[in-house]
Design a protein around this ligand. Structure first.
Ligand SMILES: Cc1cc2nc3c(=O)[nH]c(=O)nc-3n(C[C@H](O)[C@H](O)[C@H](O)COP(=O)(O)OP(=O)(O)OC[C@H]3O[C@@H](n4cnc5c(N)ncnc54)[C@H](O)[C@@H]3O)c2cc1C
Ligand SMILES: Cc1cc2nc3c(=O)[nH]c(=O)nc-3n(C[C@H](O)[C@H](O)[C@H](O)COP(=O)(O)O)c2cc1C
Length: 618
């Protein structure tokens, strides 16, 4: 099987010597900081690509830029931002691709950002740069904080912008804007769209009968052993919820508040769908050549199951360019239907983004499209790890040789938004849900860097607010406190848990355990049931939501806060984090009636990450 890629045929927006607006509104930035001369643009151009990344998105973008740049005759090199610290030179233009995490750099970008912040004027004189930022607008106050910081600092130190920086929101369609920006950047060096070099690279994929497949493994990936995996809530009032216990390799440690990063494999159903669409058998051997995408080539030939299961994301939303490529391979009315999907932004958002239409969904819905398996593989992103808050305390297994970490997770399974009777199954949650006791999981501990840890002194009061599986890190905190209480109950300060559930019989997670820990003095549980609470709920007025209950108990909260309490919030950004922010400001204003909403906002910002920390999933 053979496929010819023509990356140079995409839409190019770079115009030599012209100023291109890509990321910001007109007038947002001084034009004089953009390098206008294109004399230096030529084939063989070196390019340093630096990325920061925790979850893999920006790393993938960096590797995608590397592949595309190499195909077009550049000489690119990819490094993490930290590896690139103090390495910038005027001879090699640098592209920086970075996310933000709670307003902070990714773990492998901290050194670089600190170095920039401490830089002296003119220390980066004549360095040429471009910045691409990936962020999520749910983090309203720190949206794009790090890419914007880098973009502002570089010119202050004397560096010159190559093209306007671009900042995308992962909640919308980041792929299209990325592809446009990447091409604009490369076209800038090549002297504009008309001189972009046609690629000579070919992606070759051959399929033959089975040989032993090598396993793809990341360097830092460890293997955990499943000790328990049970359902703790059914799907009566939301997603089913489960609790899994994983024995970590000897010597691996964590603190409550840390995460376990899991490298899953795709659900068997979706692998079968791809195999069926391309007429492949699960044990056919696939050899990928002609690409520098390591996630496709590492380990040599592999089976269809391995390459589709362990290396690529199969459910990513299709980009406009991908839809155009599928349309080109389709016939008759289907070709027009596909073209219509990508023709206007409104239709694209309504029919593709909102329905989360993947390339596979589109291929299934348009059987006339004769896309080759090679072209399909070339459209896919590498499989990324998913993070889960650890919901246990290492103190609970102190006497064992290895530490046990538990996770509390939603099983994402529902009719797919793309329709056609398809079932959506979340990759990692399905993977976790189907691991039997005794199976092994590829994972590693990622330490939380957002202050989401218990205070050093257990007598400091804490107030925890969680909803659904957002209770995970709180369970870890409470279990830790229960272990401390077992030795010295007097060591503990008060701890309140405001816990949002839907139905007291269906999804009041860990109810028995929490009651037990309550009797030990490790926590006081304050549940709020949005649909059905228990009869005569502890004599209190029935509050449906955590913020209502917090408001009702505001005096106690204010009192604990005065005594130095630390507040923890975990759940959905758009619902729980928002309503908790609001009620916290309202409670603060009851102590300072003369203060305005703006003052309250400033106060909350001032205590974030120290006295008020949040960990939100989406
Ligand atoms: C720091 C951190 C801590 C976390 N801790 C936890 C935790 O303790 N417990 C927990 O459960 N989760 C936690 N998460 C979330 C977790 O990492 C995963 O994002 C979650 O489990 C979903 O992953 P998945 O692979 O199963 O789904 P994916 O395959 O990644 O699919 C998710 C995507 O599918 C979309 N989708 C949803 N429904 C449908 C549908 N019907 N049709 C089509 N598409 C749909 C969603 O919009 C979403 O974009 C945490 C996340 C972070 C960042
Ligand atoms: C725990 C967490 C905190 C985040 N904080 C921010 C933030 O403060 N500002 C922002 O713009 N995006 C924020 N995001 C979104 C990420 O920056 C975005 O998803 C990015 O694409 C991740 O890149 P990576 O996969 O390369 O790590 C956050 C995401 C997570 C999971």
């Amino acid at each position: 099987m053979r496929a010819v890629r023509r990356p140079g045929k995409g839409r190019m927006v770079g115009i030599p010597g012209d100023f291109q607006e890509t990321g910001e509104k007109s007038g947002d930035r001084k034009r004089s900081t953009v390098v206008r001369s294109l004399d230096e643009g030529r084939v063989g151009q070196s390019l340093l690509i630096l990325y920061g990344s925790n979850a893999g998105t920006c790393r993938y973008l960096a590797e995608d830029l590397e592949t595309t740049a190499r195909d077009r005759g550049f000489n690119p090199e990819v490094k993490t931002m930290d590896e690139g610290t103090e390495q910038l030179s005027k001879d090699v233009p640098v592209v920086i691709i970075t996310p933000s995490y709670e307003g902070k750099p990714a773990d492998n970008a901290k050194k670089f950002v600190a170095w920039l912040e401490a830089g002296k004027p003119d220390s980066l004189k004549e360095v040429r740069f471009a910045v691409f930022g990936s962020g999520n607008s749910e983090w309203m106050n720190t949206f794009h904080r790090i890419p914007k910081l880098v973009d502002e600092m570089m010119p202050k130190l004397g560096a010159k912008r190559l093209i306007q920086s671009k900042f995308v929101d992962v909640k919308e369609d980041p792929t299209g804007p990325w592809e446009d920006w990447r091409d604009e950047l490369l076209a800038f060096f090549s002297g504009g769209p008309q001189s972009v070099i046609a690629t000579t690279a070919e992606l070759e994929v051959t399929v033959k009968k089975p040989e032993t497949a090598d396993v793809l493994a990341g360097e830092e990936i460890l293997t955990g052993l499943v000790k328990e995996n049970k359902q703790i809530a059914g799907s009566e009032v939301g997603s089913a919820k489960r609790h899994i216990e994983i024995e970590l390799p000897e010597g691996v440690t964590y603190e409550p508040g840390d995460y376990l990063a899991v490298l899953p494999t795709n659900p068997p159903d979706i692998i079968r769908r791809v195999a069926s669409r391309f007429g492949l058998n699960m044990d056919d051997i696939v050899t990928v050549k002609g690409t520098s995408k390591g996630f496709l080539t590492t380990g040599g030939p592999s089976t269809v199951v391995e390459i589709l299961g362990a290396r690529v994301e199969l459910g990513t939303i299709a980009s406009k360019r991908q839809i155009e490529a599928i349309a080109k391979a389709a016939e008759g009315s289907e070709q027009q239907k596909l073209r219509d999907l990508a023709s206007s932004e409104d239709t694209f958002v309504k029919e593709v983004i909102d329905k989360r239409m993947s390339v596979l969904d589109l291929l299934e819905d348009h059987p006339s499209a004769k896309l080759s398996f090679a072209a399909y593989l070339d459209m896919l992103r590498p499989l990324t790890l998913r993070q889960y808050s650890i919901s246990s305390s290492p103190l609970a297994t102190l006497s064992e040789r290895s530490e046990l970490a538990s996770l509390t997770y939603d099983v994402h399974s529902a009719p797919a938004r793309s329709g056609n009777g398809r079932l959506f199954q979340g990759v990692a949650s399905t993977y976790l849900a189907t691991r039997a006791v005794g199976s092994r999981i590829r994972c590693f501990v990622r330490h939380s860097n957002t202050g989401f840890h218990l205070p050093n002194n257990p007598s400091t009061p804490i107030i925890m607010i969680a909803a659904g599986t957002g209770v995970a890190p709180m369970r870890g905190f409470i279990q830790q406190r229960a272990c401390i209480a077992a030795n010295n109950r007097n060591a503990l300060g008060p701890a309140l848990l405001y816990f949002g559930c839907r139905d007291y019989e269906s999804d009041f997670l860990y109810a028995d355990e929490l009651r037990e820990w309550e009797t030990l003095g490790a926590v006081q549980v304050r549940p709020a049931f949005s649909r059905r609470g228990p009869p005569n709920a502890d004599g209190k007025t029935e509050c449906k939501y955590t913020h209502e209950r917090m408001w009702e108990e505001r005096e106690e909260i204010r009192d604990l806060f005065r005594k130095g309490a630390k507040v923890y919030v975990c759940g959905s950004a758009s619902k729980l984090a928002k309503s908790t922010n609001e009620v916290t400001k309202r409670i603060w204003r009851t102590a300072f009636p003369e203060k305005t909403e703006e003052d309250a906002e400033q106060w909350l910002e001032g205590i974030r990450e120290v006295r008020y920390v949040s960990d939100v999933f989406d």
